[in-house]
Design a binder for this molecule. Structure first.
Ligand SMILES: Nc1nc2c(ncn2[C@@H]2O[C@H](COP(=O)(O)OP(=O)(O)OP(=O)(O)O)[C@@H](O)[C@H]2O)c(=O)[nH]1
Length: 318
C-alpha cells in the first residue's frame, strides 16, 4: 500500500481522494457546530451569538483512502464596517477554492431571501463547486416539517438554477446523520494526494486556537453589540522554563481587546469577577485542548473603534 492509494475490500488499489469543503449559510445556521461535529474535535468556535466566526479555520477529516479539509467561514452579511467587508471577501475567496460547498439551511426556519441570495451568489461563481444541501438542526422539527423543508430545498434547484449532489438532514448537537454527511462529502472529493500528516485535525497555529477559546469564554453572557467588539490577542505563549518534563506548565499572556472604556468595565466586572470567571473557563478549555496545565494571564485592552480602523485590523491579523 502506498501513501497515495489503498486497497478496497477486493484488494484492488483505489485512488486516494482529497480536497476542501466549506459550509455556508446565514448567521446562526449551525455551520461551526457542524464543522466541529464532522471533524469530531472542537476546532471552530460555536456560540449562540450570530456572526461570531471570524477566521477560516480548517478541520481535517481522515478516512481510509481519503482526506477532507473543512474550512469554517463567517456568515456572509451586509457589511457595516471595514471588518465586515474583509470578512465577506474572505468568504468569497473561500468559495472559489473549495471542491464542495455544503449549504446549511436550518430546518427550524423557512428558507428566506438571505438563503436564496447566498445560493444565487454561489451559482454565479465562474468555477462552480459541487453543492450539497444540508438541512441543519433536524432535532428541532417534526418529521412533517422536515419533509416540507426538504421539498423547499429541492425547489431551489429550479428557482436558482443550481443542482444539489445530495440533500441531507443532520443534527450536529444530537449527532444524527453527521457520519452520513461526512461520508457523502468524502465520496464527492476528487482524486488527490493526502494534504496533511495523518492524525492532524487542524492546521491552525495553537495560538489561534487558544485565542478563539478565550474569545468563546468571553462571549458567554455578553449582549448586544459587545460580542462583535471583542477580539483576543495572544501576547506571549510558551512552556515555563526550568520545569521538569512530567510537570510542564504553559504560560499564556493574552488580551481581550474591546472598542470602548465602557466595554472594558463590563468585561472586567465587579471587582474583576467577570474577568476571573472568563479566565477560569478559558483555562479549562485550553488545558483540555492541549493536554497541558496552563497559567493564563488575561487582561482587557481598549483599541478605540478597532473594527473600523485599517491599521488596527492589520495589526490584529484580519
Ligand atoms: N438544536 C440544535 N441546535 C444547533 C444545532 N447546530 C447548531 N445549533 C445551535 O445554533 C446556534 C448557532 O450555531 P453555530 O454553529 O455557531 O452557527 P454558525 O452558522 O456557525 O453561526 P455564525 O458563526 O454566526 O455564522 C448555537 O446556539 C448552536 O448550539 C443542531 O443540530 N441542533
Amino acid at each position: 500500500m502506498t501513501a497515495e492509494a489503498s486497497g478496497d475490500s477486493d484488494g484492488r488499489e483505489v485512488e486516494f481522494r482529497s480536497g476542501f469543503a466549506c459550509f455556508v449559510g446565514r448567521p446562526n445556521a449551525g455551520k461551526s457546530t457542524l464543522t466541529n461535529a464532522v471533524v469530531g474535535s472542537k476546532i471552530a468556535i460555536a456560540s449562540s451569538k450570530p456572526q461570531t466566526t471570524r477566521h477560516a479555520i480548517r478541520g481535517i477529516v481522515h478516512r481510509p483512502g481519503a482526506q477532507l479539509v473543512l474550512i469554517d467561514t463567517p456568515g456572509l452579511h451586509k457589511p457595516r464596517t471595514l471588518l465586515g467587508e474583509r470578512l465577506n471577501d474572505l468568504v468569497r475567496d473561500t468559495w472559489t477554492e473549495v471542491d464542495i460547498v455544503g449549504v446549511c439551511l436550518p430546518a427550524d426556519q423557512k428558507i428566506g431571501p438571505g438563503d436564496t441570495y447566498l445560493v444565487g451568489e454561489i451559482a454565479a461563481l465562474p468555477k462552480k463547486p459541487t453543492l450539497v444541501a444540508i438541512a441543519t438542526k433536524s432535532d428541532l422539527v417534526s418529521p412533517e416539517r422536515m419533509a416540507q423543508h426538504l421539498l423547499s430545498i429541492s425547489a431551489l434547484e429550479q428557482k436558482l438554477g443550481v443542482s444539489w449532489a445530495h440533500i441531507i438532514p443532520v443534527s450536529a448537537t444530537e449527532n444524527d446523520q453527521v457520519d452520513v454527511l461526512a461520508d457523502t462529502l468524502v465520496e464527492l472529493l476528487p482524486p488527490g494526494p493526502p494534504l496533511y500528516p495523518d492524525g492532524d485535525v487542524t492546521d491552525e497555529p495553537e495560538e489561534t486556537l487558544v485565542a478563539e477559546l478565550i474569545r468563546e469564554a468571553a462571549l458567554e453572557g455578553v449582549r448586544d453589540e459587545l460580542p462583535h467588539s471583542i477580539t483576543v490577542t495572544i501576547e506571549e505563549m510558551g512552556l515555563r522554563e526550568g520545569r521538569s518534563k512530567d510537570k510542564p506548565l504553559l504560560d499564556i499572556y493574552a488580551s481581550m481587546v474591546v472598542e470602548r472604556d465602557s466595554q472594558k468595565g463590563i468585561m472586567i466586572g465587579h471587582r474583576g469577577s467577570r474577568l476571573r470567571e472568563v479566565g477560569a473557563a478559558a483555562r479549562r478549555q485550553i488545558e483540555a485542548l492541549l493536554g497541558t496545565p496552563v497559567y493564563l494571564d488575561l487582561r482587557v485592552k481598549v483599541l478605540k473603534d478597532w473594527q473600523r480602523d485599517a491599521k488596527y485590523l492589520n495589526r490584529l491579523g484580519f
